[in-house]
Write a protein that binds this ligand. Sequence first.
Ligand code: SF4
Ligand code: SF4
Length: 202
Amino acid sequence: MTVSFPASRTRAVLKKLTALYADMDAAYTAAAAAAGLSCAGCAENCCTSFFQHHTNVEWLYLREGLAKLPPERRQTYEDRARDYLAQARQALSRGETPQVMCPVNDDGLCGLYGHRLMICRLHGVPNVLLAGMNIREFPGCGPCQRLTAAGKEAKAMDRTPLLRRLAALEMELWGSKPGRPPKVDLTLAEMIVAGGPGGREE
Ligand code: SF4
Ligand code: SF4
């Protein structure tokens, strides 16, 4: 299902999302410093992880980042995204979890660093999420788990308020229309190939 949002509302919500991302970055930086975690020189590039993004508002943010790129670079990422999907489909058809490098990763570095989405901003440090009456705990990435196993004390980052703000922005983008925004459950490659919640803008 494709869906469109008014341009003025989209601009206003994306501005708030930029502020939310700054708060996520600050929370992550503090948690990583407490855990002694640094991505510099990490041999386990987590950009091959297979995961999905879940909001229209972040999809629009990604589209905005792609639109700012020089056309050749954007084309490269789109071509890589199609290759990614083909490789991921093959792995899934074999019953395996795909382990394919993210299509916007350039030799280990994120080519959309300023426009990366929430999961990419928060992955790595130990964190907790309150879901209803349940607390879900995440131990952090492999290098972080090894640091804590070696005795490093690391207070878990609470993702709950950050996710609530993201959910509120998703609803603000939706506006006063009845119902709820269509659910998104897409890899970055799928988002790039599909173009945006409203389809491709050629
Ligand atoms: S988040 Fe963890 S696994 Fe990913 S690059 Fe940083 S240290 Fe490595
Ligand atoms: S968007 Fe950037 S940080 Fe996220 S997986 Fe891709 S290359 Fe890595």
